[in-house]
Design a protein around this ligand. Structure first.
Ligand SMILES: [Zn+2]
Length: 120
């Protein structure tokens, strides 16, 4: 699922800069990451569809925080949308329905859009 266009020759060093972000492309969740090393003048980037891998998500969450969403019911985002976006298992879905879900701003935007959309 991940696409890596280039890998850095160096291990991440003190001057490496990381950037990670999410966006919605044609109704689907997409993540991108970039690593730039001024020491080696190297740039690596990657990206993929769906929820980002844990290390990318950590960076996005650290920068933007999360919002808590209710799942299911009249006020929550639809279970179907949650399953589609995150690919959750049935027990994970059940837990999200009981306890809500921590989503990034972009994920929340997509899930809310799916509530009102033709697929919701
Ligand atoms: Zn470096």
């Amino acid at each position: 699922m991940a696409e890596h266009f280039m890998t850095l020759p160096c291990a991440p060093c003190a001057s490496c800069r990381f950037e990670a972000w999410q966006r919605v492309v044609e109704g689907r969740l997409r993540w991108e990451e970039q690593q730039y090393c001024p020491t080696d003048e190297a740039l690596a980037c990657g990206g993929g569809w769906g929820p980002p891998p844990p290390w990318v998500r950590e960076r996005i969450v650290a920068a933007e925080g999360v919002v808590r969403l209710a799942v299911g019911g009249p006020d929550g985002v639809p279970l179907r949308a949650v399953r589609e976006v995150y690919g959750l298992t049935v027990p994970q879905l059940r837990e999200a329905r009981e306890n809500g879900l921590e989503a990034t701003a972009v994920e929340a935007e997509l899930l809310r859009a799916m509530r009102g959309g033709p697929r919701g």
